[in-house]
Design a protein around this ligand. Sequence first.
Ligand SMILES: NC(=O)c1ccc[n+]([C@@H]2O[C@H](COP(=O)([O-])OP(=O)(O)OC[C@H]3O[C@@H](n4cnc5c(N)ncnc54)[C@H](OP(=O)(O)O)[C@@H]3O)[C@@H](O)[C@H]2O)c1
Length: 295
Amino acid sequence: MSTSAEGKRTALVTGANSGLGKAIAKALAAMEMRVGLVARDRARGAAALEEIRAATGNEDLHLFVADLADQSAIRALAQAVCARFEHLHLLVNNAGTAFPERRLSPDGIECALAVNHLGPFILTSLLLDLLKASAPARIVNVGTRMNTALDFSDLNWDRRTYRTMQAYGQSKLGNLHFTFELARRLQDGGVTVNCVFPGVFKSNLGGTDGAQGLFWKLVARLLGWAIPSAEQAARRVLYVANAPELADASGQYFGDRKTIPAPAQALDPEANRRLWQISEMLTASPSPAGQAVGK
Ligand SMILES: NC(=O)c1ccc[n+]([C@@H]2O[C@H](COP(=O)([O-])OP(=O)(O)OC[C@H]3O[C@@H](n4cnc5c(N)ncnc54)[C@H](OP(=O)(O)O)[C@@H]3O)[C@@H](O)[C@H]2O)c1
């Protein structure tokens, strides 16, 4: 196994300043890995990094700032990661959010689709060569069970009335389509890709973007004691990221340490390919993902 100059394994976690991402980053730091934390806000990212450094004593933590709704920011992020890290053994595509109303990204794409699906699509594509050069390496995508079938005729919500949870669920189903199609394309490359449903847990999901509704806040207040913490949820992701027995597992959907059934639509290879092709178009030519995996 290739490692960084100091013999350390290197990980990159998106959405690392809050909730699940912060819990994952903290656990990886406690394992003495070199950890890159991606946050969209420098102050929130720096605060999380400092908290993790104080808690774990790990000095090998690196903050990267990027708004994953903005494709040019993702390209700059990938460049910065490749410039800073000589290896990358683990990429956790965790960042996710929901929006109270239809918003368009700087690239003209509905923001839930841009952040939750296209963000991982582009970032992974641009880091694929580094991951391959560091093989064995793993990509872990954080999904949800709150999935909504993709309406391929209106992915951008141009015609339909915008529904926050449908848009969220559709974009998050994209994580599964992406996982399955990428696994198919990566069959012999020493890089695995899996998706994890972390369960329902306490977090700030959608809070920063204004979509955390009164209902969820009330449920969280009333049932707060019963809802798992982000640290508990992180164990599911860490298992898929680290378990030796999963060294060759790829293209699978995990719940709590075991595979769970994926929605029928995501099991359709034609739908997976179709979303991949549309994603290539939406992320503008030249398609890094298509070129990097060569299919
Ligand atoms: N909470 C649950 O019950 C649950 C259940 C199933 C799946 N999930 C999934 O778990 C993952 C983590 O969510 P969480 O519950 O831990 O929520 P969270 O506490 O809000 O964390 C989400 C992270 O994503 C970041 N993020 C959002 N939009 C971004 C953007 N445009 N650019 C860069 N970073 C961005 C957030 O940054 P800011 O702090 O700046 O907003 C935050 O760091 C998500 O993929 C979510 O879909 C959560």
